[in-house]
Design a protein around this ligand. Structure first.
Ligand SMILES: CCCCC/C=C\C/C=C\C=C\CC(=O)SCCNC(=O)CCNC(=O)[C@H](O)C(C)(C)COP(=O)(O)OP(=O)(O)OC[C@H]1O[C@@H](n2cnc3c(N)ncnc32)[C@H](O)[C@@H]1OP(=O)(O)O
Length: 290
């Protein structure tokens, strides 16, 4: 328990060093239209970047694009998760931003999921901090007030699938090599209940039961049929489609859409108010034999 508390403090300090407010306990309501401060020339594009993620915000449309750029496979390391939360928080605090498209700058992979090297041979405190960061990523993205669209341009197993599932809409590139799903059972581990719930919310109970027990990674057409992704497009159409979907969602009044989203996703507050126990060190070691 002490380790969990210490990890919470460490993660909060990482976020605080970034200048981001932490944590935010209740959803914010943003203005309906992107606004520029009066008297300033509108800067159409703003960008910020770190060594894991690139973010570009088009202030005229209010749409930001977040590109994962952490070779080789955009695995979700502690550093990646921290940068993700910082970037998302910056966008949420930017009154010009209303929507976020998440995609990958790495060919053929959206995200390979949690970084396996973070779960081997580390201290209890590290596991606690890492797990806290995984939860924080999900809480912030699933509970975000922004319209979130996943533009999935590569394989997306496990934690990568969770990121996509946490968005409001998923568009995946049609490619016979790409797969998506929660394959934890194949790895000999159990997807936490909040992974499972997010999956069930997208595909329904029966499809989730089969897919999760077998740890299936689905082809793109299969993922589309079962509702795991909402739309499938050729690679060259992905961005255009993501922008079009975003425009459709942003056409609604923000407050009504945000409150509806918050109502639909209210279970996330259960986790946010009571972070569940971090998996024990022996659990990690047993699972990965390290
Ligand atoms: C967790 C401990 C027990 C506690 C239990 C409690 C609760 C549940 C907890 C956990 C929930 C976990 C969710 C997860 O996300 S676990 C991670 C699952 N991810 C995967 O299974 C994906 C594995 N990777 C792949 O399938 C392929 O790599 C991929 C399709 C993404 C890309 O294929 P490609 O052919 O392009 O590339 P590769 O040659 O396979 O890989 C290149 C390079 O990258 C390394 N790598 C791949 N995935 C990961 C990863 N997730 N973490 C770290 N590193 C990864 C791979 O080893 C290669 O490295 P190298 O050999 O070139 O050095």
């Amino acid at each position: 328990m002490a380790a969990v508390a210490a990890a919470a403090g460490t993660f909060a300090r990482r976020m605080a060093r970034s200048g981001v407010l932490f944590p935010r306990s209740s959803p914010q309501v943003w203005p309906q239209a992107a606004r520029q401060p009066p008297g300033l020339l509108p800067a159409q594009r703003r960008a910020f970047s770190n060594n894991k993620i690139l973010v570009e915000l088009d202030t005229s449309s209010g749409v930001a694009t977040m590109k994962f750029k952490s070779p080789p496979v955009n695995s979700l390391s502690l550093d990646f998760l921290t940068e993700f939360c910082i970037s998302l928080e910056k966008l949420e605090n930017d009154r010009a931003c209303r929507g976020l498209i998440i995609t990958s700058a790495i060919p053929r992979v959206f995200s390979s999921g949690l970084d396996i090297t973070e779960m081997c041979g580390k201290s209890t405190e590290h596991y606690a901090e890492f797990w806290r960061a995984v939860q924080e990523m999900w809480i912030r993205l699933y509970g975000s007030n922004l319209v979130t669209v996943a533009a999935i341009n590569g394989s997306s197993p496990a934690g990568g699938c969770l990121i996509a599932l946490s968005c409001d809409y998923r568009i995946m590139v049609e490619n016979p090599k790409y797969v998506i799903g929660l394959n934890e059972a194949q790895l000999g581990i159990v997807a936490p209940f909040w992974f499972k719930d997010t999956f069930v919310n997208a595909v329904g109970h029966r499809a989730a039961e089969r897919s999760l027990q077998l740890g299936l990674l689905h082809s793109v057409p299969e993922a589309h049929r079962m509702g795991l992704v909402d739309e499938v497009v050729p690679e060259e159409k992905l961005q255009e489609k993501a922008v079009a979907v975003m425009a459709q969602w942003l056409a609604l009044p923000d407050h009504a859409r945000q409150l509806t989203k918050s109502m639909m996703r209210k279970t996330f507050r259960t986790l946010s108010s009571s972070h569940p126990k971090t998996p024990s060190r022996s659990h990690f070691q047993r699972t990965w034999r390290c």
